[in-house]
Design a protein around this ligand. Structure first.
Ligand code: 5GP
Length: 179
């Protein structure tokens, strides 16, 4: 384990098994249809890469990058689009793929923004959910793991752009971010 981690919360094997289940569930739910997965950069990229490999229906990708305005680690609810989708989504079956839902403010904004573009359907798939921190209600259709209110890194999730390449999800030691 990396010395900056306090503990591993979700192991590589647990990630692999659960993500395979999610892919199978999505494949069943969308049988006979085509889907467009919208990955939210950068945190969701490793999750998305593994998830789509266990989806068996025709699958297209697009990506968005967003950042929330406001100081510090707190979400403000005001979201800025840094990179928008490459193509229109009207009439398509969309699955937003996120790394983690915390307050829900980012996803709430994304759902409203994408819904206004008239997709045939819009669902949400997140690897992690921190339900205790929710400030706005969001309907999560596919959730990998519900986790306690701890700051996690790895498997795409960062702290100041570090640790994204860790193969498991770990809790960062407090002394790394409280100086
Ligand atoms: P929300 O708008 O739901 O509060 O924020 C979601 C975003 O906050 C996530 O996409 C992620 O970038 C960031 N975030 C929330 N909790 C964590 C966490 O425990 N670890 C990391 N690395 N990012 C988090």
């Amino acid at each position: 384990m990396h010395p900056d981690l306090e503990k591993v919360l979700i192991t590589e094997q647990e990630l692999e098994e659960r993500i395979k289940e999610l892919g199978e569930q999505i494949s069943r739910d969308y049988a006979g249809k085509e889907i467009l997965v919208v990955g939210i950069l950068k945190g969701a990229m490793i999750f998305l890469a593994d998830l789509v490999r266990s989806i068996t229906v025709p699958t297209y990708f697009d990506f968005m990058a967003v950042s929330s305005y406001g100081a510090g680690a707190r979400s403000s609810g005001v979201v800025r689009i840094l990179k928008d989708l490459d193509r229109p989504i009207e009439g398509r079956h969309i699955i937003i793929v996120e790394d983690i839902v915390d307050t829900g403010l980012t996803l709430n904004y994304l759902v409203q923004n994408l819904q206004a573009r008239n997709p045939a359907s819009l669902k949400i798939c997140t690897l992690l959910d921190k339900p205790s921190r929710r400030e706005v209600e969001v309907t999560i259709d596919y959730n990998g793991f519900s986790i306690p209110d701890e700051f996690v890194v790895g498997y795409g999730l960062d702290y100041n752009e570090r640790y994204r390449n860790f193969p498991s999800i770990g809790v960062l030691k407090r002394e790394v971010y409280v100086k």
